[in-house]
Design a protein around this ligand. Sequence first.
Ligand code: ZN
Length: 131
Amino acid sequence: MLTPAIVRRNTPQRYRMEAAKCAKCGKVFFPPRLICDACKSRTFKPYTLPQEGTVVSHTVIRTAPRGFGDEAPYCMGIVELTDGTRILCQIADCEPERLEIGLKVAIEFRKIQEAGESGVIAYGYKAVPER
Ligand SMILES: [Zn+2]
């Protein structure tokens, strides 16, 4: 039987926004690492990233890689979350003209890609401007 705990354990970390926090110095890594580059500790605790942040850098992809052609143009950006962690992700539901440094966003779980004829759908996180 699939209990919520089993589903959670088997869900890839990219779906859960789960980072690793160094147990010794507190530095946060996303994606998680095996060794802390600040203090060389190998002990980490699971850490769930905040779901809100601010765009600190951005670009518009007009020539998309294979598999994403239907979506171009689309926005990508570096988002600084409220705890200071920075992540790179797509900024969805955002007209390129609206994209600016300082834009407040929320992190949402969205469809990333549907793989051609097989129809396999990949999910992950995207930033969405706050309304
Ligand atoms: Zn550390």
